[in-house]
Design a protein around this ligand. Structure first.
Ligand code: BTN
Length: 248
């Protein structure tokens, strides 16, 4: 993987999408500062300049290599890379479906995946990752955390962002070949499911289509990427992104 560091950019995802025709696969755009970082659901992603990792991985696929139906395995790959990195720091994290990384009930990392399609499936994917590393105050966010906050008592120091990114990218690259085979995708899904936040635990959710709260138990993720939740009556419910919210 080749990393290009940018001092200031609006958003590494926007820049990667603008430069997509010219960037080879496995290029990473990392920014010391984003002036208009983008989050899920049109939200803004705030990150103190120079403190955290904000970067986008560009992947390009050969014709038919990854079908549009399998796009959600990119969530598994990216989420597991971050979880493995945090494991290596001694921080136990979990994946809040589809791709938020939580430590306890606090969010340490968010992702924004933007794909381009062709007739045979995925043409390219821009995997944007914001991982809180050295930031210790989050005035605008009630439930955010960072590597420094989690390890503060043990290791009161600043983490080297470039080195941390290289570790994360190595973990990403190790699992990347798994995307290309059914067995590999099964392995990705098994590892991903094992780290799902609130799996097998009764918890409150809101069904956003019916606009109703319910108590459910996350059982896993379907091969098409939908979240499978068992409700109090024993019924199975299936959710796509933006159809369910966690009531934390
Ligand atoms: C979310 O949890 O809402 C997703 C946040 C994604 C933030 C990252 S930071 C790097 C990349 N560039 C962006 O503008 N967004 C993603």
């Amino acid at each position: 993987m080749k990393t290009l560091w940018l001092d200031t950019i609006d958003s590494t995802n926007s820049e990667a999408l603008r430069r997509l025709p010219d960037l080879p696969s496995c290029t990473v755009l990392a920014a010391r500062e984003q002036t208009a970082g983008r989050g899920q659901r049109g939200n803004t992603w705030f990150s103190e300049p120079g403190k955290n990792l904000t970067f986008s991985i560009v992947l390009k696929f050969g014709p038919g290599a990854v079908s549009a139906r399998d796009a959600h395995y990119l969530n598994c790959l990216a989420s597991l890379s971050v979880v493995s990195l945090l494991d290596s720091f001694g921080i136990r994290s979990q994946i809040k479906w589809p791709n938020d990384i939580y430590v306890g009930k606090r969010k340490i990392c968010g992702m924004l995946l933007e794909n381009t399609l062709c007739t045979t499936g995925l043409a390219a994917s821009v995997i944007g990752i914001g991982l809180n590393v050295n930031q210790t105050a989050f005035p605008r966010l009630a439930n955010a955390t960072s590597v420094a906050l989690e390890l503060g008592q043990v290791q009161p120091m600043e983490w080297d962002l470039a080195q941390t990114l290289e570790c994360l990218l190595r973990l990403f690259e190790e699992r990347l070949p798994l995307l290309s085979s059914p067995e590999g995708r099964q392995e990705l899904m098994a590892d991903y499911t094992a780290r799902l936040f609130q799996k097998d635990v009764p918890a409150p959710y809101r069904d956003l289509l019916q606009d109703r709260e319910f108590t459910g138990v996350i059982e896993g993720v379907e091969p098409d990427g939908r979240l499978r939740v068992r409700d109090a009556e024993g019924g199975k419910r299936f959710f796509r992104f933006k159809e369910i919210s966690y009531l934390l």
